[in-house]
Write a protein that binds this ligand. Structure first.
Ligand code: AHR
Length: 511
């Protein structure tokens, strides 16, 4: 009780200082040099709970409207998001997945138990063809996560051949027999997932050797160029990155990193929708800590790969709360509030800054799992606040990052400081500028002065995402509690742009 009162008092006084200090943002357009790869806005779809079955795939015979088995509402929402890349089939599931079980006539596909996620039966009706065809229909890059933990070198090598060979090879012929004449374009290949944990409980030296061995046999067929990704560290495990970079950097194009905004791996993770202000502040502080973590992994990579040849791929990130009451404990189905939207907005603003090294990120996960874009329940579907953030930010994809400085007030959580305003800016090939801003202060609006030269004749299209509270969320019955609306609080001044950023809001300005 004491602690809560104290922290509320502390927050109150610091929020006041955030209000009194106008936020100054200086955009250094002259220092722009790095493109934000579209893959920074990537997604992740695992055979976990109802992400694939029920969420993406219902089968052609379903009563739920579908396009070739993919549910129409979800497909259209993802198309609208312009998903750039999708990681599949896991996660932990990937290291128990045997791809040959998921090809050929559906009635002949063997079933398996999904040991990682709830012990449910997986019937393999969604396999390689279903995933790669989905990516083609969405116009996104597939990112295949290969099985190193329980699979063989031969199995992974043959999967690559099956997907990408155009020649007279045994696997290409098998693919043709299964109805697909031409190979798919597959660039991103993960060689294992969380190999220190669910992917095989390995030590970094041992995994380095396995990585070298498995990746050697993942061949490039008929002009298909692979981007090979080593299974990387979790959070603060800098030794994993260092060992892998020392032992195997020459064999990889990228190495991954996982970072969840999560209270811990045992015990309660907290409710997705019912949380105190203190828990809100904890969430903000924990989510922006990703910047320090990314920077430390980057500095290790810089010392061993100064030319930045190897990319860092944050291929799992996002919030992880307790599953919704009444839902299957192994399905990781959670609601998604404005708090989650702030985590997405601030994290994406951070990622945009480090794209000299960070080449892809994949939020976990796309539908019905963890910090999802979309929730479904039978025929019902709803878009989450996080979906709307991704949509508001999509103009950053393939645009050039405009470095910026933010001077603003701070909130605090214990000894952690949380800047009240988070920002990012980019310029696209047509000269259009996108500025994304988040005011995480739950109580106070922020007056923001943005210094940016050469804007006198610009027109501003503003969009704002805000709910009644930081815990507002959309449900199947009330899908419009948190949706983007037109924002009129920005105007061009002599020196740039002046913005009144309402409390607890996320704003995108297109110039
Ligand atoms: O995204 C859920 C799980 O989190 C993934 O399967 C695993 O890689 C991570 O531990």
């Amino acid at each position: 009780m004491k602690k809560t009162i104290l922290s509320l008092m502390m927050m109150g006084s610091l929020a006041l200082s955030a209000q009194n200090t106008p936020t100054q943002i200086t955009i250094h357009a002259d220092q722009a040099k790095t493109k934000i790869p579209k893959e920074i806005y990537g997604q992740f779809a695992e055979h976990l709970g109802t992400c694939i079955y029920g969420g993406i795939w219902v089968g052609e015979k379903s009563n739920i409207p579908n396009i070739k088995g993919y549910r129409t509402d979800v497909f259209n929402a993802l198309k609208d998001l312009q998903v750039p890349v999708m990681r599949w089939p896991g996660g932990c599931f990937a290291d128990e997945y045997h791809w040959m079980d998921g090809i050929g006539p559906k009635e002949k596909r063997p079933k398996m138990v999904n040991n990682n996620w709830g012990g449910v039966v997986e019937d393999n009706s969604f396999g390689t063809h279903e995933f790669l065809n989905l990516c083609e229909m969405l116009g996104c890059e597939p990112y295949i996560s290969g099985n190193v933990g329980s699979g063989t070198v031969e199995e992974l090598a043959k999967w690559v051949e099956y997907m990408t060979s155009d020649g007279e090879s045994p696997m290409a012929n098998l693919r043709r027999q299964n109805g697909r004449e031409k190979p798919w374009h597959v660039k991103y290949l993960g060689v294992g997932n969380e190999s220190w944990g669910c992917g095989g409980s390995m030590k970094p030296d041992y995994y380095s050797d396995l990585y070298r061995r498995y990746s050697t046999y993942c061949r490039e067929f008929d002009g298909n160029k692979l981007y090979k990704i080593a299974s990387g560290a979790s959070d603060y495990d800098y030794n994993w990155t260092k060992t892998l970079m020392k032992n195997a950097a020459g064999h990889m194009n990228g190495i991954s990193l996982h970072y969840y905004t999560c209270k811990g791996w045992s015990g309660s993770k907290g409710s997705a929708t019912k949380f105190s202000r203190d828990e809100y502040l904890w969430t903000m502080a924990k989510s922006i800590e990703i910047e320090e973590v990314v920077k430390k992994h980057i500095s290790i990579m810089d010392s061993l790969d100064p030319k930045k040849r190897v990319g860092l791929l944050v291929d799992e990130w996002g919030t992880w709360w307790d599953q919704e009451p009444g839902s299957h404990p192994g399905f990781l189905y959670q609601q998604n509030t404005m708090r989650d939207a702030f985590v997405a907005a601030m994290t994406l603003n951070i990622f945009n800054k480090y794209t000299e090294r960070v080449k892809m990120t994949n939020i976990a996960q796309v539908v019905n799992v963890l910090q999802a874009m979309i929730l479904t329940d039978g025929p019902k579907m709803v878009l989450t606040p996080t979906y709307h953030v991704f949509k508001m930010y999509k103009g950053h994809m393939n645009a050039t990052n405009l470095p910026l400085d933010v001077q603003c007030g701070e909130l605090t959580y214990n000894d952690k400081k949380i800047p009240a305003v988070s920002a990012s800016a980019s310029k696209n090939d047509q000269g259009g500028i996108l500025i994304t801003l988040a005011n995480v202060d739950p109580d106070r609006e922020q007056r923001v002065e943005i210094a940016l030269d050469g804007l006198k004749s610009a027109k501003i299209n503003g969009t704002i995402l805000a709910g009644k509270g930081i815990d507002s969320y959309n449900t199947f019955d009330k899908p419009n509690e948190v949706v983007p609306t037109v924002f009129k609080g920005a105007k061009i001044t002599k020196t740039g742009i002046s913005v009144i950023l309402p409390a607890k809001s996320i704003v995108a300005l297109e110039l």
